[in-house]
Design a protein around this ligand. Structure first.
Ligand SMILES: [Fe+2]
Ligand SMILES: [Fe+2]
Length: 309
């Protein structure tokens, strides 16, 4: 599937689980905020929201990928980082878990610019349940009626879909690695019947930057981050990987999953890996050791820039 090569892609981390004032910047590649210069303090929360800016021939398009776990961190951080929600051109949802859409309805209600396209997999609307050691949680449901009532331009997909004609949502991820298997505890309801959630609704947002290759942006990466990048390579025909960013959801899979994923990421040979959100502390520490030069922890307020050349 042909997608245009862009001049640059910027991913700004609006909401994520972490903030660490000591995480370094890398000039021209990764910029961290200086808290004392912000309009108000940033909030970290168990959720995810990225502001993605695509530069095609100097024309900028802005996509909100995921909408955090709740309105509070989303709007607090948009304000702290001085973004106007009416500057955002589209929304894309990584999957139908509430830590990724918790601020969506309020975001739509606060916008005054008119209908906005909202891209998501049709299965993101199915009720989701989580079985944890501390009990059963859910079901959570992303309410289709609320989105329709907000007047959005609904762009549902199952297979690959272009976003604003500039980036690609992968649709259901083709799983090819042997080690990235569905983790227990995730359930969904289909026509009233409960079943294991294999996350057909999870998709990566993929862009191609001229001379740099793929930017692959994941949410929780429940189908496996290596599977997601490999599928992005297959769909676009572009092998070179510039940036992999997202929550990788690795710690519950234990040491074996972490070890194999690190090996898989090494084979993909990306220029930079940024992981946060649901990756898990154990996995983050192992990734940091495995990739001493090209791994960074995702923190709120971080801006990651991939510039073509
Ligand atoms: Fe998540
Ligand atoms: Fe998730």
């Amino acid at each position: 599937m042909k997608i245009p090569a862009l001049q640059a892609v910027t991913v700004e981390i609006l909401v994520d689980n972490f903030f660490d004032v000591f995480e370094p910047s890398r000039p021209g590649i990764v910029e961290r905020v200086v808290p004392g210069r912000l309009k108000k303090p940033l909030l970290a929360a168990h959720g995810l929201a990225y502001l993605i800016t695509l530069n095609r021939g100097g024309k900028l398009s802005r996509i909100l990928m995921d909408a955090a776990n709740a309105p509070l961190p989303l709007f607090n951080n948009l304000e702290a980082l001085e973004h106007d929600i009416n500057d955002i051109d589209a929304v894309a949802l990584s999957h139908g878990h509430p830590d990724h859409y918790g601020g969506l309805v309020e975001f739509l209600a606060k916008r005054t610019r008119g209908p906005i396209p909202v891209y998501l997999h049709k299965d993101a609307f199915l009720p989701k349940i989580l079985i944890t050691p501390r009990g059963r949680i859910g079901p959570w449901v992303l309410d289709l009626n609320q989105l329709v009532a907000a007047g959005v331009e609904l762009c549902e997909n199952q297979g690959p879909q272009l976003v604003l004609d500039q980036a690609l949502l992968t649709g259901t991820v083709e799983t090819t690695t042997v080690y990235e298997k569905p983790l227990p505890g995730f359930r969904r309801q289909v026509a009233g019947q409960e079943e294991q959630d294999l996350f057909p609704d999870e998709q990566a947002l993929v862009a191609v930057v001229e001379g740099r290759g793929l930017v692959v942006i994941g949410g929780c990466s429940h189908p496996g981050i290596v599977n997601m990048v490999k599928y992005a390579q297959k769909l676009t025909g572009v092998q070179k990987v510039s940036l992999i960013i997202g929550g990788f959801h690795l710690t519950p899979g234990g040491d074996e999953l972490i070890k194999h994923t690190i090996q898989g990421l090494k084979e993909l040979d990306p220029e930079l890996i940024i992981a946060g959100h649901c990756t898990g502390f154990q996995a983050l520490t192992k990734l940091a050791i495995a990739f001493p030069d090209n791994f960074m922890v995702s923190c709120v307020g971080t801006k990651v820039m991939v510039v073509g050349g």
